[in-house]
Design a protein around this ligand. Structure first.
Ligand code: HEM
Length: 390
C-alpha cells in the first residue's frame, strides 16, 4: 500500500522564483519526500535526503536527463551531467585534466591579477553595478578562452547560458522562448564541432581531439562542449554578485573578513549555502524507493532541491543567518558525489580572488535595490547598484 504526501506548491511561478525560501520551508515541513501535483514530480527538499540521493546514483539516475521536461532532456543526451557510470566517468575524464586542483592552481596568479585590476578600476570609479561591471568580468574573461569558443559568438554566450538553465525547469509558457534559444545554441554547437573552429590548445579542442583519437564518437562532441559552457557562467556570476549583496547587508560580516582574510573560503561557501545559485536538478528513480511513509515508484522523476537542503534547519543551526565563521563546507550548492561540480575549483578561484581584492580596498558596500532574474533553475541578480567606501 503506497501513500504520498502531496503539495500544490508551484516552485516555478514568477513569485516563487523571486521569493522561494518560505515555500522551501513548507516543503521541508511537509515531509522528506513530497509529490508536487503541479508538475508531477517528487521533491526532496531536506538536506539528508538530497545528499543521500546525490550519493546514490544507482537509485537516482541522471541518464534520462536532469531537467524537468523531455525536450531539454533530449538535448542533454551525451553530456556528463546527464549520464551514469561507466559512461559518466569516461566522459568526465575526457577534459578532467583541465580542471584538476593542479590545473586550477596554475591559473591562480593570472586570475588574481585580473581580479585586482578590475577591482582597482571599479573602486576608483566609486559606484558600479556588482553584476554587470564586477561579477561578469572574470567568468567572461576566463571561461570562453578556456573553452576556445570563437570570438564573434562570445557576446551571445550569456544569453544562451541563461536560456540553458531556464529550460531545466518545467516548460511553462514563460520558458518557451528560452527553449528556442536552447535549440539555437545546440545547433550552433553542433556546427562548431563539425567545423572544428575551436582555438587550439583549449578544453574545447581537447574534446574534438578525443573524438579524433576515437575516445568518444564525433556526435558526442556537441553535448560535451555544452557541458562546460552552460554551467560555468551564470553560476559563478551569481555567486560573486550575491556575495557582495550579502556583505552589503551584513557589514559586521565584511568587517570580520577584512580583519581576517583567511575567512574568505568559508565566507564564499557560506554565500553559496545561503543563496545557492542552482535551485536543483532532477533524477529518475531506477527502483521503488521508500522514504519514511512515501514510496517513490520506479521511473518517477525526483527533483533534488539543493537550495532548500542548504537552508534545512535539521542540518544547519540558525540557517537563515549569514555567518562567515560557519563551517558551511558540507553544502550541496555544487551538488555532491559523482556529479559534484567539475568546475568548482575554478569557481572558487574566481570567487576568492574577487573577494580578496575587494577586502584589500573596500571598507563598506552601500548596496541599492537588487533585481533578480526570472529563471527556473538559477537564482541570480540581474543588477545590483553599489557604492563603495574605502
Ligand atoms: C558557483 C559556481 C557553480 C555552481 C554553483 C555550480 C553548480 C553545480 C551543480 C549543483 C552541479 C551538480 C549537478 C548534478 O548533480 O546533477 C554541477 C555540475 C557540473 N558543473 Fe558546476 N557549478 C558552478 C561552476 C561551474 C564551472 C565554472 C564549470 C566549468 C568550468 C562547471 C561545470 C560543471 C560540470 C561539467 C558539471 C557536471 C559534472 C558531472 O556530471 O560529473 N560548473 N555544478
Amino acid at each position: 500500500m503506497t501513500s504520498r504526501t502531496t503539495s500544490g506548491i508551484d516552485l516555478f511561478t514568477d513569485d516563487a522564483i523571486h521569493d522561494p525560501y518560505g515555500l522551501y520551508r513548507e516543503l521541508r515541513d511537509l515531509g522528506p519526500a513530497v509529490w508536487l501535483d503541479e508538475h508531477e514530480v517528487w521533491c526532496l527538499s531536506r538536506y539528508e535526503e538530497v545528499r543521500d540521493a546525490l550519493v546514490g546514483w544507482e537509485t537516482y539516475s541522471s541518464a534520462e536527463g536532469v531537467a524537468l521536461n523531455d525536450p531539454t532532456n533530449e538535448t542533454l543526451r551525451g553530456t556528463t551531467i546527464a549520464s551514469d557510470p561507466p559512461l559518466h566517468d569516461h566522459l568526465r575524464s575526457i577534459v578532467g585534466e583541465r580542471l584538476t586542483p593542479r590545473a586550477v592552481r596554475s591559473m591562480r596568479d593570472a586570475v588574481e591579477a585580473q581580479a585586482d585590476e578590475l577591482v582597482e578600476r571599479l573602486v576608483t570609479q566609486g559606484s558600479f553595478d556588482a553584476v554587470g561591471d564586477l561579477a561578469r568580468a572574470l567568468p567572461m574573461a576566463i571561461v570562453p578562452d578556456m573553452l576556445g569558443w570563437p570570438e564573434d559568438i562570445r557576446p551571445r554566450l550569456l544569453e544562451w547560458a541563461a536560456a540553458g538553465f531556464d529550460t531545466m525547469g518545467p516548460l511553462t509558457e514563460r520558458v518557451q522562448p528560452a527553449l528556442a534559444k536552447r535549440h539555437e545554441l545546440f545547433a550552433y554547437t553542433s556546427e562548431l564541432a563539425r567545423s572544428g573552429d575551436l582555438v587550439p590548445g583549449t578544453l574545447g579542442a581537447d574534446i574534438l581531439g578525443a573524438a579524433d583519437r576515437g575516445e568518444i564518437r564525433p556526435d558526442e562532441c556537441p553535448a560535451l562542449l555544452l557541458d562546460y559552457l552552460v554551467p560555468a557562467l551564470d553560476t559563478t556570476i551569481s555567486a560573486i554578485s550575491t556575495s557582495v549583496w550579502l556583505f552589503g547587508r551584513h557589514p559586521d560580516q565584511w568587517d570580520a573578513v577584512r580583519a581576517d582574510p583567511t575567512l574568505i573560503p568559508k565566507a564564499f561557501n557560506e554565500a553559496l549555502r545561503l543563496e545557492s545559485p542552482v535551485r536543483g536538478f532532477s533524477r529518475v528513480a531506477t527502483c521503488d524507493v521508500e522514504i519514511e511513509e512515501a514510496t517513490i515508484a520506479c521511473g518517477d522523476r525526483v527533483l533534488l532541491l539543493f537550495a532548500s537542503a542548504n537552508r534545512d534547519e535539521r542540518r544547519w543551526d540558525d540557517p537563515e543567518r549569514f555567518d562567515v565563521t560557519r563551517d558551511a563546507a558540507g553544502h550541496v550548492a555544487f551538488g555532491y558525489g559523482i556529479h559534484g561540480c567539475a568546475g568548482q575549483g575554478l569557481a572558487r578561484l574566481e570567487g576568492h580572488a574577487v573577494l580578496a581584492a575587494l577586502a584589500r580596498r573596500v571598507a563598506r558596500f552601500d548596496v541599492g535595490t537588487p533585481r533578480h532574474i526570472t529563471n527556473s533553475m538559477i537564482r541570480a541578480l540581474s543588477e545590483l547598484p553599489v557604492t563603495v567606501r574605502t
